[in-house]
Design a protein around this ligand. Structure first.
Ligand SMILES: Nc1nc2c(c(=O)[nH]1)N[C@H]1C(S)=C(S)[C@@H](COP(=O)(O)O)O[C@H]1N2
Ligand SMILES: [Mo]
Length: 323
């Protein structure tokens, strides 16, 4: 008998946010039969698009089509919560850095691919995005501080970027580095932090289908406070791994030591896979506070993405896997 196995992240439909929220607004207007008003809409929309394009040549790529393979078991976090409660130590060690982050200039922006690659290359962000297959994915997100959210990222599979970079077969790790500019990022003037912010993945993790380069959020280009113009998301790992505002991607055969591990290796390690059973030395990871609600919910192994990623860690039982 053929039994459909329900994977951990698959939800009862009723708990999901209606996809229609993310449908193109013009399509919605049409579907709702706003035939009379339609004459006025194209002009306004095109004018806005033209203005947006001048500031951001990728603006027209949003919203992208949603990839329905990645489902949620909970409601999408309200946009205002996901974009006003942030960790971005470059702009301060508290959550309210959204205002300060607006000082970051994201054009022009280049990304350098270096280290163990066939040929190092530096590419303009806008050129890279245009080469990549943009899509929207609903992912859960779990910070090591035990708060969580569920958001629609727009971006492309990290695997596509790795293929673009053409690493040597001997490369085992990918290291991501955030911009360094203490003039705009006051946190970077605090010399006791190991700037610039970096962290890395194994190449096997980076080419797992879940690993995603995010360039957008809620159907729009990524807000600066969330890591514009490009950050990565690995939803089965704690948030601190997920480097924002990336300027450099290096391939290497040595395991990198990331920002938080450099700062406090007794509390933060390389793998950082979400695990409710392994407490942080100072607090439990068994449950999480859901942003934008009063709820606390149980935390899931690999943040609910076990079926996608458990194979990556076979035979690694002796590693310090989850802290
Ligand atoms: N460059 C940089 N990247 C970073 C951080 C940071 O301080 N600097 N904080 C990390 C942490 S701890 C978390 S939880 C997430 C927060 O992402 P969000 O603000 O988009 O929710 O970004 C991660 N990436
Ligand atoms: Mo975090």
């Amino acid at each position: 008998m053929l039994v459909k196995r329900r994977r951990g992240w698959e939800m009862p439909e009723r708990s999901a946010t209606p996809e229609s929220v993310y449908l193109d607004r013009r399509a919605l207007l049409k579907a709702a039969g706003f035939g009379m008003a339609a004459a006025a809409v194209p002009f306004a929309a095109e004018e806005a698009a033209a203005q947006g394009a001048a500031a951001d040549p990728t603006a027209g790529l949003y919203p992208a089509r949603q990839n329905m393979r990645y489902r949620l078991d909970r409601a999408v976090t309200p946009e205002k919560d996901a974009t006003s409660y942030n960790n971005f130590y470059e702009f301060g060690s508290h959550k309210g850095i959204a205002g300060a982050a607006q000082a970051l200039k994201i054009r022009p922006w280049t990304i350098a691919f270096e280290g163990m690659v066939e040929k190092p290359v530096t590419i303009d962000f806008d050129d890279l995005v245009k080469k990549m297959p943009l899509e929207e994915r609903l992912y859960r997100f779990r910070c090591v501080e035990a708060w969580s959210m569920a958001v629609p990222w727009t971006g492309f599979p990290m695997k596509a970027m790795v293929e673009f970079a053409r690493p040597l077969a001997s490369a085992k790790y990918v290291v991501f580095q955030t911009f360094m500019d203490p003039k705009v990022a006051p946190g970077q003037r605090q010399s006791w932090y190991p700037w610039p912010y970096t962290d890395g993945l194994t190449v096997a993790e980076a080419t797992n289908e879940l690993a995603f380069m995010a360039t957008g959020l809620y159907g729009k280009p990524l807000p600066k406070q969330n890591g514009a113009p490009i950050r990565f998301v690995t939803p089965w790992k704690y948030g601190f791994k997920q480097v924002k505002s990336i300027v450099r991607v290096e391939f290497t055969d040595k395991r990198p030591v990331g920002y938080w591990e450099k700062l406090q290796s007794s509390e933060y390690g390389f793998w950082a896979n979400v695990n409710p059973k392994v407490s942080h030395p100072r607090w439990s990871q068994a449950t999480e506070r859901v942003l934008g609600s009063d709820e606390r919910v149980p935390t899931l192994l690999y943040n609910g993405y076990e079926e996608f990623v458990a194979d990556l860690y076979k035979g690694m039982e002796n590693e310090r896997l989850f802290a």
